[in-house]
Design a protein around this ligand. Structure first.
Ligand SMILES: O=C(N[C@H](Cc1nc2ccccc2[nH]1)C(=O)O)c1cc2ccccc2s1
Length: 169
């Protein structure tokens, strides 16, 4: 038990378990450890607790998103398209296709967000960084805070358009 610790995968933005003796790593907590034991592991407070532990990101979450804007969006233009005229229904249909292609893969999510997202965060695979409650539009905040790390939302709608959200921290 003492040889295990929790680390953060920078490529996936997800915590993982590392055995300092065997050098083995695993996304899943080592079997045989109780939740209490897991929470005592080095790195657990910082990386495992639901909202960023007691560190600088306490109470914050990290998320990426794929945004498809439509003609009723607050700002119906983006890096991709100067004047966005698709309807909200068309935007939802488009996002459903991306959702199916992503099929739960964080890597695929980042790839499609970088190509298709109507948000300037596309250049960083859709990553919005860490944020606290009160910073993002409420439907987006509620979706992000309602997800476990590594989980994706269904399609949500804000004044900016329709989104898929991936919680990464
Ligand atoms: O509001 C932004 N971009 C808007 C679109 C948009 N609207 C959003 C609403 C909620 C969460 C993210 C959102 N992105 C735009 O480009 O018209 C942000 C871009 C970025 C980029 C990096 C980090 C945070 C942000 S927030």
């Amino acid at each position: 038990m003492s040889e295990w610790e929790v680390r953060m995968s920078t490529s996936k933005g997800l915590p993982y378990f590392f055995n300092t003796q065997t050098k083995q790593s695993s996304w899943e907590a080592p079997s045989g450890l109780t939740p209490e034991q897991i929470n005592q592991l080095p790195g657990a407070k910082q990386y495992l607790s639901k909202e960023g532990g007691g560190g600088a990101n306490a109470g914050k979450v990290r998320a990426s998103h794929l945004l498809v804007k439509h003609r009723d969006s607050r700002r119906p233009s983006s890096w991709k398209e100067n004047n966005i005229t698709r309807s909200k229904e068309e935007a939802i249909d488009i996002l459903r296709q991306y959702q199916a292609e992503i099929n739960g893969s964080p890597e695929k999510f980042a790839e499609l967000a970088s190509i298709h997202s109507d948000c300037s965060s596309h250049s960083n695979g859709g990553d919005l960084g860490w944020f606290s409650r009160g910073q993002m539009q409420k439907p987006f905040e509620d979706a992000a805070y309602g997800l476990e790390v590594g989980a994706m939302s269904d399609i949500i709608s804000t004044d900016s358009g329709v989104h898929l959200v991936l919680r990464t921290g």
